[in-house]
Ligand binder design. Structure first.
Ligand code: M6R
Length: 610
């Protein structure tokens, strides 16, 4: 939630900051703003809405200066508006602050400062940080002022702070929200995420909890909250620049859908050595002796990552025969879950920064449970907090709607399941080799589905005006129905529900009428007859049915209005292929409706508030 970018050097700060913000808009796009220091003091420009509004404002009224901070906002406290946009200024325009996170005790701070004569103009929690800096400032020591201020804050923050009396310094601070420092030549940067600075440097410091950075044009010093210096290793970013660009696609979402064969191939090849009957989990301690100590598994995650987690539960129970509880992290953290040293908690998160999942990990660790994080963002909070990390290596996912991360998370779940099952002797070599073969061919199978994009688009062209959609399926098909339905809701804003196909007749079938679209996912041969009955039930009530089935299934063509076929593969793997059809379908439904596909309304890529 919210993106921060800052620049200090000898060039113009404004262009560098807005460039960086353009790569961070996936974190929020309710408003954008920038503050620079120049001979007039601190100058601010900000604007409600997407970054382009700020750029227009900057065209009309440019700001010059070689030190500055910028922000792109996802609103929490205070509606999207110019006034609530960051940066926020302190009394006398001494300090400007950009903030990602939530200050929980802001009302108390506001009351204290109001009594001391400070006047607040916004509805945000962040403005209290700006005034508090002013209140704590002795007119001389910027660093000590920040430290003292941080001591008084409760909640989460990644902060970029400038002070008009120190035109050579940005101070950055982090607690519970991500922040990195990019190291350039005679210039340095602060940012919420790597894509913002990738064009300028690949050398970064990733700030840890309660760390502060004093950033100047030619130096970066890191301190802990007590003011003691911290020695940090420089992290080298290996991503290609292309990974953070659209590469000729109209939207990041489409580009990311098309990246899936390569990502899955990299994962399968790196983790499944060809001549061996084992999964190479590279440094993850989850061998037989570790697993023998485990008697309970939880999978925790949010949104799309939760759907990948549900598939993980399904695979582990079906193949490794170990009971697993899958919980959305926002519920897990409030229900006093049963956790101890014999519990394995698998936390799934693309960003590694989702507040609820992060809290779930902390709770699990505080009860001595072992935490395995399945994460995309390298060096993210969840990755660092967990005992073990499985990096899905999907590269930066920019579109708010998660696609490639889901496929990589599900592939990771296959691999973890096979590993557990082989270690625990719950799977024969033959069964292992069957799944392995299907993971080797999965990239080609995904390519085959992608080649059907026009066919899927034609179905979307037919139904994009639908007001109500049901996704139905049984077993693993039901789990990917949930993901298909979420994708349609979030980018096409169509009311859509996922139901276990057999559950429809227990209530929701009352909703079915002539205009209702039912997307029926039917890849599981052993469940097919039952799903077909459910398709007939909705057809009998005049619904339109779009079926997703495995090649050669002629019954589906007979019963459904439209069918897209996926290649025949292992039944555990087919739901992932069906989901790629759903991704493309949602994309073209949204495309036809003209929504903002990469930045759907009200959403942010990484949800760093609970
Ligand atoms: O970064 P995470 O995987 O932890 O994010 C979890 C959800 O916020 C995320 O999957 C969200 O549901 C996506 N927008 C779905 O496309």
């Amino acid at each position: 939630m919210c993106g921060i970018m800052g620049y200090i050097g000898h060039g113009e700060a404004s262009g560098c900051i807005t460039d960086g913000l353009s790569k961070l808009e996936y974190r929020g796009y309710d408003s954008a703003g920038i503050a620079v220091i120049n001979k007039r003091g601190i100058e601010v420009r900000k604007s409600k809405g997407e970054l382009k509004n700020l750029l227009e404002k900057l065209d009309r009224r440019p700001v010059t200066g070689s030190i500055g901070i910028g922000h792109t906002r996802w609103s929490t406290h205070g509606a999207p508006s110019d006034i609530n946009s960051h940066p926020h200024l302190s009394k006398d325009k001494t300090f400007a602050v950009v903030h990602n996170g939530i200050i929980e005790n802001y009302l108390e701070i506001k009351a204290l400062l109001t009594e001391k004569g400070y006047r607040f103009i916004s509805d945000t929690d962040t403005e209290c940080i700006a005034h508090l800096l002013h209140y704590n400032y002795d007119g001389e020591n910027f660093f000590e002022t920040v430290r003292k201020t941080l001591d008084m804050l409760e909640g989460a923050y990644a902060l970029g702070i400038i002070c008009k009396d120190f035109p050579d310094t940005i101070i950055a601070a982090k607690k519970d929200s991500p922040l990195i420092i990019g190291l350039g030549k005679d210039e340095n940067y602060i940012a919420s995420d790597i894509p913002a600075i990738l064009e300028r440097t690949r050398d970064v410091y990733i700030l840890d909890e309660y760390e502060l950075a004093v950033v100047k044009a030619d130096s970066v010093e890191i301190y802990d909250i007590n003011g003691d210096p911290v020695n940090k290793n420089v992290f080298k970013v290996e991503w290609s620049l292309d990974a953070a660009e659209k590469g000729g696609f109209e939207h990041f979402m489409l580009k990311e859908i098309y990246e899936q064969p390569r990502i899955v191939k990299d994962l399968a090849l790196s983790k499944l050595p060809p001549a061996e009957h084992r999964v190479n989990l590279e440094g993850i301690s989850l061998d037989k002796s570790d697993l023998e100590k485990i008697n309970r598994i939880y999978v925790v995650a949010c949104g799309t990552a939760y759907h990948a987690g549900l598939l993980g539960k399904y695979f582990i129970e079906k193949i490794a025969r170990i009971p697993v509880v899958a919980e959305v992290a926002s519920e897990f953290i409030y229900k006093d879950p049963i956790l101890d040293e014999s519990t394995l908690v698998i936390a799934v998160s693309q960003s590694g920064e989702t507040a609820d999942t992060k809290e779930a990990v902390k709770i699990a660790k505080s009860h001595n449970a072992k935490v395995l994080a399945v994460v995309n963002a390298i060096g993210s909070s969840i990755a660092r907090e967990a005992n073990e990390v499985f990096y899905i290596l999907a590269g930066p996912e920019i579109a708010v709607a998660s696609t490639k991360a889901f496929s990589a998370q599900v592939t990771a779940m296959y691999l973890i399941t096979c590993h557990i099952a082989m270690q625990m002797g719950k799977m024969s070599v033959l069964e292992f080799e069957e799944i392995k073969a299907s993971l080797y061919t999965l990239p080609d199978d995904i390519e085959d589905v992608l080649e059907k994009a026009e066919e899927i688009r034609a179905v979307a062209d037919k139904y994009y005006k639908a007001k109500n959609v049901f996704f139905i399926g049984r077993g693993a098909d039901y789990l990917v129905s949930m993901e298909g339905s979420l994708k349609l809701k979030e980018i096409a804003y169509i009311n859509s529900e996922a139901y276990a196909a057999g559950e429809l007749k227990h209530g929701p079938i009352a909703m079915i009428e002539e205009e209702t679209l039912v997307v029926a996912i039917a890849t599981q041969q052993e469940l097919f007859r039952n799903t077909l009955s459910n398709i007939k039930e909705v057809k009998a009530r005049s619904a339109k049915v779009f079926g997703i089935a495995v090649d050669g299934n002629k019954d589906m063509a007979q019963e459904c209005d439209d069918v897209v076929y996926i290649p025949v593969t292992h039944p555990m793997v087919s739901p992932l292929l069906a989901n790629i059809v759903s991704q493309i379908f949602a994309y073209y439904m949204a495309y036809n409706l003209g929504t903002n596909i990469d930045k759907p309304r009200n959403l942010a890529k990484s949800v760093t508030v609970q």
